[in-house]
Design a protein around this ligand. Sequence first.
Ligand SMILES: C[S@@+](CC[C@H](N)C(=O)[O-])C[C@H]1O[C@@H](n2cnc3c(N)ncnc32)[C@H](O)[C@@H]1O
Length: 220
Amino acid sequence: MATKGYKGIGMEGFIARSYDENARRYSADQYKEWAEQIARRIRNGDTVLEIAPGPGYLSIELAKLRRCTIIGLDISATFVSLAQKNAKNAGAEVDFRKGNVSSIPFENAMFDFIMCTSAFKNFKEPVAALNEMNRVLKPNGRAWIVDMKHNLSNGTINDYVENKMKIKSTAAFYMKFMFKYFLQHRAYTKEQFKEFIAKTNFRRSDIQESLIGFELMLEK
Ligand SMILES: C[S@@+](CC[C@H](N)C(=O)[O-])C[C@H]1O[C@@H](n2cnc3c(N)ncnc32)[C@H](O)[C@@H]1O
């Protein structure tokens, strides 16, 4: 029997298409900000893997800033085709493919840098995901993971949706509902992240906390 590679509902069809629309409308600045941060950490010529790129906007923004080989790997067939279309429309060269982070379809030590945003909480096998990232990184390669944290207060979620994402009216209501009742319950605490990392071969790790989540930098 085929096993699901994600926790909860898979993001296919209508769910993926509406995520793409919301991402384009409300998170464009966020993807640009992340791409600028990553561009400062890598060099032209590096090989970069984005795990779970969804509609692909982070890789697309990064491709505009650095001459790198960028590959995106996502378990959702709908997202892979949306990301391919978005890259074509933006004139960006990114190779989006279908695959599962629990079993990354690449050889050992291929990548200089791995990035993964707003997706780690969806992975069914978090330790296997980290071990696979470690395996495909070159020695001294780094994995950068950003995701939300568990147990956010309603005030923090409201503040983030209204003031950071700048979402208004019905869309704001929907987004707050998703954050409060679905997303944050799947997310991890800092202690859980530390436990996962302790079961891997990463040499160094740094976890920074932000308003709604964590930013992890892991070094092989
Ligand atoms: C909330 S979306 C985040 C998309 C994108 N990273 C962003 O920041 O907008 C979560 C993504 O994780 C992908 N995903 C979930 N489980 C996965 C797995 N086991 N392997 C690869 N991708 C997975 C989903 O298909 C989806 O694209």
